[in-house]
Structures are given as C-alpha cells and as structure tokens.
Design a protein around this ligand. Structure first.
Ligand code: SF4
Ligand code: SF4
Length: 474
C-alpha cells in the first residue's frame, strides 16, 4: 500500500509500482476480453445522474418532434445538404459557421476537461448514459445484481435462463430500434421517417437499410461492445492524457487520508488510514478499475465509486469524501481550485470564438447571392452601341418561403438579361444560373469598371453584390 501512496504523491521521483498501467482493466492476461459485472450502484451521485439522464433523454427523443411553423427545429440532413439549427436554415454556404461552431464546441470541451476532467463522459455523453442508466438498469431488473448475473452466465441453459436472456435481449433490440429511429429522425426528419414506416419497403430501400444498420449497430454496442467504446474507441477518452493536469478536478482517492489501508478491526492497533480495503469502490466500477491507484484512462467519471465509498464511511462512522471530486494537487496540499494559465487561455479563445460567431450570426441574411463574371470570357459587342459581359450567379434561400428574385444594376446605366426563366427560389433551395449585363459603349470609361448589382425580392434589396464589367474604354 505504501508503494501506491508514494506513487501518487510524487510520480516523477518515486516511480515504485506502475505495473497496473501495463494492463487494461477489460483485458485478461491471456488477451481475452474480461467481461465487467459492476455491482448495482446507489447513492446521491447515482440518483443525480439518473435525474440528469431522464432530462437529457427527454430532450434527445423529444427534439425531432419539435417544429416551428411546421418545420423541424433541428435537422442534419447530410444526404440532401439541408441543415436546420434552432429553426434557422443553414446551407452549404454557411459551412464556415459550422466549422466555427465545431471549433467552439471543441474548445469548450477542452476548457471543461481542463477544469472538471472527464465530467462530460459521466454526466452528458449518450454512450454511458444509455449503457449505465438505461441498458444496465434493465439488466439488473431482469438478471439481478452482479453476483446473480455471474451465476446466471455460468449456469446451464434452463427454461428460466432462456427466458431471462431472451427477454433482456429482446428489450435491448427494441431499445436499439428506437434509438436508431431517433438518430434517423435527426437526419431526415420525423415526417420522412413516418413515411418509411408506413409505406412499402420497396419505396424507401435506402431508409429501410439505414434503420436496420443503425439498429444492429446500437444493439452491438449496448449488448456486447459496451465500455470498450469509451476505453478503446472514443477519441475524447484517448486525449485525456494531454487534457488533464494536476489541477484538474477528477474523481480522486484521498491517499493521505486512506493509506495505509487495512482491515477495520486492525485500524487502531496498526494506526491504519480510513480505507478499510473493502473493495466496494472497485466492484461498482463499470470499467473495472481501482481508483485508489490514481487517475486512469479508463475512468469515465461516473462517480459511483464515490457513492460506494461514502456508504462505507457512513457505516463505519467516518466522514464521507475519501473518494471525491478533487484535483491531485488538492489531495496533496488541501488547496482549492486554481486559475491556471491553460484555463485562462481556453476561456480567452472561447470568448473570441463566441463573439465572432455572434457577429456572424447577426449578419446572416435570408438569401445569399454571389455573382461572378464567367471565367475565361471577355466582352461581346451587342450591335453598334452596346457591350455585354456574361456572369454566373448562385443564390441560397435560407428561409422556408418561396422567394422571387430579380437582379438590378445600382448606380450604373445598363440592363440585366437573365439566361432562362425568372427566378423563384424554393424554400431552402440553392439555385445557380447565368445572366448578361449590357452596357452602353459611351458609358464605359475604363477597361475594368466596378459594378454594383442588387438582388431584389418583393421590392426589397436583400443583397448588394460588387463585381466588375470589362469593356473597351470610350
Ligand atoms: S473509477 Fe469511479 S468514477 Fe471512474 S469509472 Fe470507475 S466508478 Fe466511475
Ligand atoms: S470503498 Fe472506500 S473504504 Fe472501501 S476500498 Fe474503496 S476507498 Fe477503501
């Protein structure tokens, strides 16, 4: 035990026993997977996480049904490039905003991780929420607590075992089907999903395949793959080593108070610490680690080891908090939260990003219009007294309304001729086309004349576009 204490106190100098870092808690020595049977948790943090999870799941399952003026509040239709965020339409032209939003989300995550560690995993991420607070709860309900689950798995296939396993996996499959449909409803919308469900499969082959693939995927993750997603696959989990430092609040064991650990009956006699080595913090851990070894990659900050240890401390009349939310520096010195330069740096970058995004959002227009002279074309003579240039234009309707669009020259004499029919933009449509601008020869004073074109809808100028006109100077 002393080795562990030394290890945590000053890992740089006293590297005595780091052997636990050579193995992963979910892999046996022979390389096979070690199936984790965590004890059914209980306690204040578990209850709080259950309440938070109900709230988050209500949002997750409810959002696709929320509509504003008959349109989805959120839609991420990657296939047809239709995106709706908070009821506002985003077109592929807004991709820079998406990029900035993603960067902001990452910086926020770095900031939260630098201050509170992997708190996102334990409290917000859908993977642990579904696994620990939905699927495992069902498992406990059907198969019993961890010891019963182990017994059941070892027992021969009786009628009772077939019934329990069959019922569990049937419920898991139904839940996976519901989650798959929810995910799809974010991509194609609830109305399109309803159609897939109510019309013949032959009319929606790709939608049907998507539902089947997503359902099998979720079933595989929650019925079998489980905590491996957090430990082996999740890139956020893999980045913990660079995101955490000694001032980060993590779930930590107070080795100053707990060590040397030993039996309760020998505590006084041998002057032991408060840890009675009951192993309860280990048996509840859904990733199978011993938090007393220090912060580890596998820890998803679920806090059930805090609950387990607190209940032991209550029973033996010692103060709670032997395992608690604290930083390694806090455990070592007893100090509170510190503003580190890293945290201040993240906050500064985040503020800059948020200001930029707010300004860009405020400046967003209902229609994006771009007009560019057709590459590779010079001017054309149109009769004796006129010259024309050819232009390509692109219009993006970011509303749910039809918008008639006209182009008009502002501050210049001349006329605009559309190639093709008049433009009526459909809702959320991106429309591309060509137009000609004809200018009187006597008005062209230089080779490259700046032009201003207004895009007008229902008598209102919705965008002013700057371009140039090439013609022989008069
Ligand atoms: S060590 Fe504690 S907080 Fe971390 S995963 Fe295990 S039980 Fe959850
Ligand atoms: S639950 Fe608490 S007392 Fe029991 S082994 Fe873990 S840290 Fe020690």
């Amino acid at each position: 035990m002393e080795k562990v204490k030394e290890n945590i106190e000053d890992p740089e100098i006293k590297k005595t026993d780091e052997s636990f870092r050579n193995t992963i808690s979910i892999v046996e020595k022979d390389g096979h997977r070690k199936w984790i049977y965590p004890k059914k948790p209980s306690g204040r943090f578990y209850t709080a996480r259950t309440i938070v999870s109900i709230f988050l799941l209500a949002i997750l399952f409810g959002l696709p049904f929320i509509k504003v003026d008959g349109h989805p509040f959120f839609l991420f239709n990657i296939v047809e490039r239709e995106f709706i965020l908070f009821g506002s339409v985003f077109t592929p032209q807004d991709f820079y905003l998406f990029g900035l939003l993603m960067i902001t989300v990452f910086v926020s995550l770095f900031l939260v991780t630098a201050v509170f560690g992997r708190i996102f995993c334990g409290w917000i991420c859908p993977q642990p929420i579904f696994l620990e607070l939905v699927f495992r709860k069902i498992e406990y309900l059907i198969e019993g607590d961890y010891t019963r689950q182990m017994e059941l798995n070892k027992s021969p296939w009786t009628g009772s075992k077939i019934f329990k396993k069959g019922l569990k996996y049937l419920i898991f499959f139904i839940l996976s089907f519901i989650i798959a449909n929810t995910l799809l409803s974010y991509i194609i919308g609830v109305d399109a999903l309803w159609k897939i469900m109510n019309e013949p499969v032959s009319a929606h082959v790709s939608g049907f395949i998507a539902i089947v693939v997503f359902t099998i995927g979720f079933y595989f993750i929650f019925a079998w793959f489980r905590e491996q997603a957090c430990i082996l696959v999740c890139p956020y989990g893999r980045m913990q080593g660079v995101l955490l430092d000694k001032n980060t609040t993590v779930i930590a064991y107070d080795y100053n108070r707990g060590e040397p650990r030993g039996k309760l009956t020998e505590k006084k006699e041998k002057n032991l610490g408060d840890c009675i080595d009951c192993n309860q913090c280990v048996v509840v851990c859904p990733t199978g680690i011993d938090i007393r070894n220090g912060t580890q990659l596998e820890c998803i900050n679920c806090a059930v080891c805090i609950d387990a240890c607190d209940s032991i401390m209550d029973k033996i009349n010692l103060p709670r908090g032997l395992i608690r939310y604290d930083s390694m520096e806090g455990i070592r010195t007893g100090s509170g939260f510190k503003w580190t330069s890293r945290v201040i740096g993240y906050i500064s970058v985040l503020l800059i990003l948020l200001t930029t995004i707010t300004v860009l959002f405020a400046k967003r227009k209902d229609v994006d219009a771009n007009v560019l002279r057709t590459p590779g074309m010079i001017y054309q003579n149109q009769g004796e007294d006129k010259v024309s240039n050819m232009y390509n234009f692109k219009l993006s309707n970011k509303t749910f309304n039809e918008m008639p669009i006209k182009f008009e020259l502002s501050e210049s004499e001349g006329e605009i001729k559309l190639v093709g029919n008049e433009i009526i933009l459909k809702p959320m449509e991106v429309h591309e086309g060509s137009l000609l601008i004809l200018m009187p020869k006597d008005k062209i004073k230089k080779l490259n004349t700046p032009l201003k074109i207004n895009a007008v809808s229902n008598g209102k100028v919705i965008e002013e576009i700057n371009t140039t006109f090439i013609g022989p100077p008069n």
